[in-house]
Design a protein around this ligand. Structure first.
Ligand SMILES: CC(C)(COP(=O)(O)OP(=O)(O)OC[C@H]1O[C@@H](n2cnc3c(N)ncnc32)[C@H](O)[C@@H]1OP(=O)(O)O)[C@@H](O)C(=O)NCCC(=O)NCCS
Length: 192
């Protein structure tokens, strides 16, 4: 079975170098700090009174559960952690968050933890590296994502990367706008 847990990915050099590596227990304080960033909270909940992103996720448990079907990553910019990512096989991961979905998919989450690190192109570079890694696995046919329907900035971001809208879907109370990037669209854009 193909795994979603990879060795570190490196993009760029010097002060622009991004390293995307598996999250460890040492990263828990950083993840907890990003959980109280107002934009990360707004990206994960439509509740105006929410105080924590990801509905109070238990990071020690999440990190300990990293596996071949669901894995958290930390992205470092020139050695400084700036973002979290999660890559899952939605067909196989144990929470079945996506419900009944076909095989051959990956789902990705991304959040840059602090305002000063956003809008500089880093998110696009991270996503492109992770998408390339996903599609390097010949069994992967498409990547799916589930931004909140209210997160218009994220929709622009994903659509610039080639994702297309599938439609609105509720994941429990979260009103999301599911997007999908097919292998065919990816290969057309990247000349494969
Ligand atoms: C969504 C997110 C991952 C995008 O990453 P990012 O690094 O900010 O994205 P980019 O920099 O590639 O693009 C964002 C904007 O910056 C602009 N930009 C990119 N590089 C730039 C540069 N060098 N100078 C000025 N502007 C730039 C882009 O054109 C884009 O403009 P837009 O707002 O008009 O669409 C990030 O903003 C984030 O984590 N937000 C909070 C959490 C979140 O929403 N996560 C997604 C949940 S589904």
């Amino acid at each position: 079975m193909a795994s979603v847990m990879w060795p570190p990915l490196r993009v760029g050099q010097g002060e622009n170098e991004l390293v995307i590596r598996v999250a460890t227990a040492d990263d828990i304080p950083t993840l907890a700090r990003w959980d109280v960033d107002p934009d990360v909270i707004a990206a994960t909940s439509d509740d105006p009174n929410a105080k924590h992103a990801f509905d109070g996720t238990n990071w020690p448990q999440e990190i300990a559960a990293n596996s071949d079907v669901s894995c958290y990553y930390i992205v470092e910019l020139a050695g400084r952690p700036i973002a979290g990512m999660q890559v899952i096989d939605p067909h196989l991961e144990p929470t079945h968050y996506w419900g009944e979905v076909e095989t051959g998919l990956r789902a990705i989450d991304i959040w840059i933890g602090e305002r000063g690190d956003r809008n500089g192109g880093h998110g696009a570079r991270m996503m492109n590296a992770v998408m390339a890694q996903c599609f390097a696995d010949a069994s992967v046919n498409a990547i799916i994502i589930d931004p909140l329907n209210s997160n218009r900035d994220a929709h622009r971001f994903y659509q610039r990367l080639g994702f297309k809208v599938v439609g609105r879907r509720f994941f429990e109370k979260d009103d999301c706008l599911v997007h999908r990037l097919t292998r065919q669209d990816w290969e057309q854009r990247h000349g494969a």
